[in-house]
Design a protein around this ligand. Structure first.
Ligand code: FMN
Length: 333
């Protein structure tokens, strides 16, 4: 069993990664239904929260059914981070996660996200202050380091643990890499192998198949896997990994009827949660993956991503289902 503070999780839990404009309540709920053990919100600006910016506050919404859920916040200002912890606490998440990994210039230039990897003392100080400021478990998501020459993740993780961080998720890339190259799980494994580490160490980056998840567990010895891109438009991924762990066999891929049904539910939940316009627009990014592998799909995809009227999108789902029926998509990349 793996524990994040008092939260008990199964062996080698699967975590839905925080993803901006992706990890919203509808998508998190679908991932949870399909095997995710912990889900995270997208990152939320501490400065936005304390200004009561509607966009940031809306991101605090959680459904009961998705628990345990972590709310991820970012910032570099101690006072703002502490005030935002108080705001986040009111929505009663299970975990508060600190984003020390976002590589985007706008965030990094303010010393937040991966920007803090240039100032490890501040990273530790912020974490310690947040731990002391709340009874909720504080966890951290970060990268290997600022760049290849400054990877000190073993020492960093130990220091975060020593100030009360309850789990750490590490994306196996540096900030300098952004999303390029392959994620390197070696240094994450070194963190886990540090005899002094006792909090869960979760690996992240490039888990694209059940086999890769198994490699992270068996070869790299990590405590769990945080999964991002492989789940976009494909919430089945979590159960596929679990099934493979249990049986050594691959779960049958969802049929097109199952895919259209999932897309329908996703769109409807998004509309219910954020209204018709945003619901339609923000679910679009999932369709490519929902229907990946269908031959000559372009025409349908185009309709799905250009229509502003949900009725048209639902009608396109129906059309796809009727045309392709119960066909199995032979291979999904
Ligand atoms: C669209 C998108 C949005 C992301 N937003 C966030 C975020 O808000 N917070 C965060 O910590 N990481 C964010 N990430 C990084 C992911 O959590 C994850 O670390 C990264 O995608 C590598 O994992 P993967 O290979 O499984 O996708 C984002 C990634 C993507 C693709």
């Amino acid at each position: 069993m793996v524990k994040i503070d008092h939260i008990e999780l199964p062996d080698f839990p699967l975590l839905l990664a925080p993803m901006e404009d992706v990890s919203d309540p509808p998508f998190r709920a679908l991932c949870k239904e399909n095997g995710a053990d912990v889900v995270y919100t997208e990152f939320i600006s501490s400065e936005g929260l304390i200004r009561d910016a509607a966009k940031s506050v809306m991101k605090l919404d959680i459904y009961e059914k998705e628990r345990p859920v972590g709310i991820q916040i970012f910032g570099a200002n101690l006072d703002s981070m502490l005030r935002s912890v108080e705001i986040v606490e009111k929505t009663n998440p299970d975990i508060i996660d600190i984003n020390f990994g976002c590589p985007v210039k706008k965030v990094v230039s303010k010393g937040a996200g991966a920007g803090i990897l240039k100032d490890i003392d501040l990273m530790v100080k912020l974490t310690e202050a947040m731990v002391k400021h709340t009874n909720l478990p504080i966890t951290v998501k970060t990268r290997l380091g600022w760049d290849h020459d400054s990877i000190r993740i073993v020492e960093v993780a130990e220091r975060l643990q020593d100030v009360g961080c309850k789990a750490i998720a590490i994306h196996g890339r540096t900030r300098a890499q952004m999303y390029k190259g392959d994620a390197d799980w070696g240094p994450i494994s070194e963190v886990k192998n540090n005899q002094r580490m006792h909090i869960p160490v979760f690996g992240n980056g490039d888990i694209t198949s059940p086999e890769r998840a198994m490699e992270m567990r068996d070869k790299y010895g990590l405590d769990g896997a945080m999964i991002g891109r492989a789940s976009i438009g494909y919430p089945w991924f979590f159960n596929e990994v679990k099934h493979y762990f249990k049986t050594g066999e691959h779960l049958a891929k969802p049929t097109i009827a199952q895919r259209t049904e999932m897309a329908r539910r996703h769109l409807q939940m998004s509309i219910d949660w954020k209204g018709e316009h945003l619901g339609v627009v923000e679910t679009r990014r999932h369709y490519t993956n929902y229907f990946k592998g269908i031959p000559h799909f372009k025409e349908y995809r185009l309709k799905m991503v250009t229509s502003d009227d949900p009725k048209d999108v639902f009608a396109t789902f129906d059309e796809v289902e009727q045309k392709f029926g119960d066909a199995l998509i032979p291979k999904i990349g």
